[in-house]
Design a binder for this molecule. Structure first.
Ligand SMILES: *[C@@H]1O[C@H](CO)[C@@H](O)[C@H](O)[C@H]1NC(C)=O
Ligand SMILES: *[C@@H]1O[C@H](CO)[C@@H](O)[C@H](O)[C@H]1NC(C)=O
Ligand SMILES: *[C@@H]1O[C@H](CO)[C@@H](O)[C@H](O)[C@H]1NC(C)=O
Ligand SMILES: *[C@@H]1O[C@H](CO)[C@@H](O)[C@H](O)[C@H]1NC(C)=O
Ligand SMILES: *[C@@H]1O[C@H](CO)[C@@H](O)[C@H](O)[C@H]1NC(C)=O
Ligand SMILES: *[C@@H]1O[C@H](CO)[C@@H](O)[C@H](O)[C@H]1NC(C)=O
Ligand SMILES: *[C@@H]1O[C@H](CO)[C@@H](O)[C@H](O)[C@H]1NC(C)=O
Ligand SMILES: *[C@@H]1O[C@H](CO)[C@@H](O)[C@H](O)[C@H]1NC(C)=O
Length: 450
């Protein structure tokens, strides 16, 4: 009994010694504490954001932007997040000491050089270097980061890459985003992306994308892992455009915004079986819709807004409705084109359509009945030259309608005063419509949700 009491007292004593030790040095590993301090020496920290990084505060695990591993006994520094701290100066080599670093975020600062040694932080899973005024070339040493899942690179300066061969060595890479990088010399860019075996999502923002070099041997070794391609504000060599549309047969989302792409949509969808969303806004697409686009049985959303399609809406919908796209499409945005003719009877419309936007075209004639589109939630026909009468006849069965824009046409609105609409609107626009002689009673009362 007495032995047990003594033992408990000893244990309590030992515990109190270790806990007071912990208070002083914390969980921080002494050798790793020097690395952030050394890194800080190379920085210009005008706003003193890193004031907690000081040797008088011994537990470096509590310093601003630092996290230590709290799942194992060792408490290595595993995360360094210095995003948006207005840091200038050098990304100094002291960071190499942080051998267990898994997450490094230096984005939105003012660093100018991407150092080669970052390729030695081989435990990294997440590396974010976006939005710094980097100059020079991306070091191929990044290809040593075989555990990397996410890589975000970008510049406000003149960063370039002469080749992207190193990308294929990033066997774990899932998410890759680059912005404002000159790839015009990197003729292997497409093959390199195809060779990254785990890549799921690729974002190219404001890049120069040269001609795809089809003769490269690595073309054989290609992966179809990519599901999400987002390209915006880039300049793309015209012969490369068709290859973006079928970069991987597993593509689900394709976005190609404001990249000055001209001509018809390429007919490269032949083998695509998983497409859900295609957004091609703000380019110079024109001409006919290719057969293979009408045959995407999984396509839900198609946006072609802000292009120069100038056929009749009737022809356009016939092309689009040639195959099973018609049965899956829920969202169609053709606004801000030069589509002509009248709005056809809805017989050939995609039947499960929820949103239809055909505003800002050159459409004429009356609005046909919308009753064959019973799922319609949003309709925008604004800024055309539509004329004639709009009445309750147009809206039978539209119990899901929430948003209606008939503005800037020459439409006359006349509803039977006893009519009770089957829908509740959240928004209606009727600018320059002729209303009356009486204001439609349903508009003034219960058909709105607040
Ligand atoms: C470990 O660290 C993570 C990330 O900082 C934190 O969310 C979590 O609560 C910590 N767990 C413990 C047991 O302290
Ligand atoms: C890292 O990559 C560079 C260039 O790709 C290479 O020269 C170097 O040997 C690699 N380092 C290691 C440790 O693999
Ligand atoms: C093709 O990929 C495999 C595995 O990813 C790799 O071992 C091989 O070297 C690659 N071949 C070429 C020609 O790139
Ligand atoms: C496709 O895009 C949608 C909407 O942005 C997103 O929710 C979804 O996760 C994406 N799918 C894939 C496979 O990337
Ligand atoms: C992808 O599109 C290009 C250009 O249209 C075509 O030559 C190639 O055969 C297509 N690849 C697949 C797998 O469909
Ligand atoms: C449609 O656009 C094409 C190419 O820009 C042009 O040649 C043609 O004349 C236009 N057609 C109409 C009816 O405006
Ligand atoms: C309303 O929908 C039903 C089937 O849901 C259909 O039979 C009927 O013709 C539709 N009404 C109009 C006016 O189109
Ligand atoms: C208005 O609707 C009522 C009831 O449905 C109907 O009896 C009447 O004839 C309609 N009036 C006009 C002008 O269509």
């Amino acid at each position: 009994m007495r032995v047990a009491v003594v033992l408990v007292l000893v244990l309590v004593h030992v515990w109190s010694i270790t806990s007071s030790n912990e208070e002083r040095s914390g969980q921080c590993i002494e050798s790793e504490r020097q690395a952030p301090l050394g890194f800080k020496k190379g920085l210009v920290d005008r706003d003193n954001r890193l004031s907690s990084w000081t040797s008088s505060r011994r537990d470096c695990c509590t310093w601003e932007g630092i996290r230590c591993d709290n799942l194992t006994q060792t408490h290595h520094i595993v995360l360094l997040n210095l995003r948006r701290n207005d840091l200038h100066g050098e990304i100094g080599p002291s960071l190499i000491e942080l051998k267990q670093l898994r997450h490094l975020d230096l984005s939105f600062n003012s660093f100018t050089i991407i150092p080669k040694f970052i390729g030695s932080l081989t435990r990294l899973r997440y590396l974010d270097l976006r939005h710094n005024p980097f100059i020079g070339a991306i070091p191929s040493h990044l290809g040593n980061l075989t555990r990397l899942h996410s890589l975000y690179l970008g510049s406000k300066g003149q960063l370039k890459a002469d080749n992207l061969k190193w990308l294929s060595r990033l066997t774990s890479l899932r998410h890759y985003r680059i912005s404002r990088i000159d790839l015009s010399k990197a003729i292997d860019w497409f093959q390199s992306i195809k060779a990254a075996p785990s890549l799921l999502s690729l974002t190219l923002y404001s890049c120069q994308l040269p001609q795809v070099n089809l003769l490269s041997p690595s073309n054989k070794n290609s992966s179809d892992s990519l599901t999400n391609l987002f390209v915006s504000d880039s300049s793309i060599h015209p012969t490369t455009v068709p290859w973006l549309f079928n970069v991987s047969i597993n593509l689900v989302n394709l976005t190609l915004y404001y990249s000055n792409v001209r001509g018809p949509i390429p007919n490269s969808f032949e083998n695509m079986r998983n497409f859900e969303n295609i957004y091609l806004s703000g380019n110079g697409f024109e001409g006919e819709i290719p057969n293979s686009l009408g045959n995407l049985c999984t396509l839900k959303q198609l946006s072609l807004t802000g292009n120069i399609f100038n056929t009749t809406l009737h022809d356009f919908l016939e092309w689009l409705s040639g195959g099973c796209t018609k049965d899956s499409l829920e969202f169609l945005d053709l606004s801000s084109n030069q589509l002509r003719g009248s709005i056809p009877e809805m017989n050939s419309f995609p039947i499960f359509l929820r949103e239809l936007r055909i505003g800002y075209n050159l459409l004429k004639g009356p609005l046909p009945s919308l009753s064959k589109l019973p799922y319609l939630r949003e309709l925008d026909v604004s800024a055309n030259s539509l004329s004639g009468l709009v009445s309750e006849v147009h809206f039978h069965n539209l119990s899901n309608l929430e948003v209606l824009d008939l503005s800037y046409n020459s439409l006359a609105i006349k509803f039977n005063s006893t009519w009770i609409p089957p829908f509740q609107l959240t928004s209606i626009r009727l600018s320059s419509c002729k209303l009356g002689p009486k204001f439609p009673s349903w508009l003034s009362s219960r058909s709105f949700t607040q």
